[in-house]
Design a protein around this ligand. Structure first.
Ligand code: AMP
Ligand code: ZN
Ligand code: FE
Ligand code: FE
Length: 278
């Protein structure tokens, strides 16, 4: 059993990379990839923790690509976390996040939600600050009942406190991951929110840009999603990868490796990612 999609305190997860490795060991996972949003800060601690563990650690990242409708995320595996171009480009994204965070705060304050930057920062861990941290801070301040309510009411795309931020195109994300020596995978294609025929066209275009894989195994998929994406992987010669998208306490019902209980990501996915590097 392996898990190729997890988050730590370096983005919006609640566990340190070392804790993730320990949990993976306890759950008898063979391998675990860390895929924090726009951050490679967790990779050194991850590799250090895994050095004394039977769990194989895979360095990764999750980039948000520009997407008109829904949400498009591109995962990068086996990236060189010291690659100067990668660091420079993710820095630009992080500057975009900083600007956006101040604007979100302003919008919330303007609507009468008493909230300070320090409240939000307190929710964040080591590195990237994002909307989930705003959501948590809004709950703590008693403005909303739950994280979900914070998104539904204020923070989700189209809601009053939603602010765009700088993103690379999917093609740029794929090229950046390749430049950093990694292999790219389209994460949870269902969140792109296109009808199947259009989504397939999009995936086809990304494959032509050098996309290496597609997330076929994902905790929140229904069996139809999985069958469809598996079929596309076969047809387009993409590696069928997968993972839980574990965020620790932020995804309390979800278990590392098995998701909501049914998920099994085949070990071959990792072997194929490695083969694609050569
Ligand atoms: P950000 O990268 O700051 O835009 O935040 C994106 C993260 O917010 C995602 O990875 C999700 O964890 C969370 N998120 C986005 N939209 C929603 C939503 N509608 N409900 C709950 N969580 C969401
Ligand atoms: Zn996340
Ligand atoms: Fe994602
Ligand atoms: Fe994720």
């Amino acid at each position: 059993m392996i898990d190729l999609h997890t988050h730590s305190v370096f983005s919006d997860g609640t566990n340190t990379p070392a804790e993730l490795i320990q949990m993976a060991e306890d759950r008898h996972l063979k391998a675990l990839a860390l895929t924090d949003h726009d951050s490679v800060g967790g990779i050194v601690p991850l590799m250090e923790a895994a050095a004394n563990s039977p769990v194989e650690a895979v360095p990764g990242i999750e980039l948000s690509a520009a997407c008109k409708r829904g949400t498009m995320h591109i995962l990068g595996y086996f990236i060189d976390h010291t690659c100067p171009v990668l660091l420079e480009k993710i820095n630009k994204v992080r500057e975009g996040r900083a600007l956006r965070n101040q604007e979100i705060l302003k919008r919330l304050n303007k609507r009468g939600y008493v909230l300070m930057w320090s409240d939000v920062e307190k929710e964040a861990g080591e590195d990237v600050v994002g909307r989930p941290h705003f959501a948590e801070a809004l709950v703590k301040r008693g403005h909303v009942k739950s994280r979900k309510a914070a998104f539904d009411l204020l923070l989700a795309k189209g809601r009053p406190a939603y602010v765009e931020r700088y993103r690379y195109t999917a093609k740029e994300c794929i090229e950046l991951i390749r430049e950093a020596g990694g292999v790219s995978v389209l994460a949870h294609p269902a969140t792109i929110n296109l009808p199947p025929d259009q989504l397939k066209g999009l995936v086809y275009g990304l494959a032509e840009c050098g996309l290496g894989g597609i997330e076929v195994y994902y905790a929140e998929y229904n069996p139809e999603n999985m069958a469809l994406f598996g079929e596309w992987a076969d047809q387009l010669g993409l590696i069928a990868t997968g993972g839980t998208d574990f965020h620790g306490g932020n995804t309390p019902d979800l278990k590392l490796g098995t998701g909501f209980g049914q998920l099994r990501v085949p070990d071959e996915a990792l072997d194929q990612l490695k083969a694609a590097l050569k």
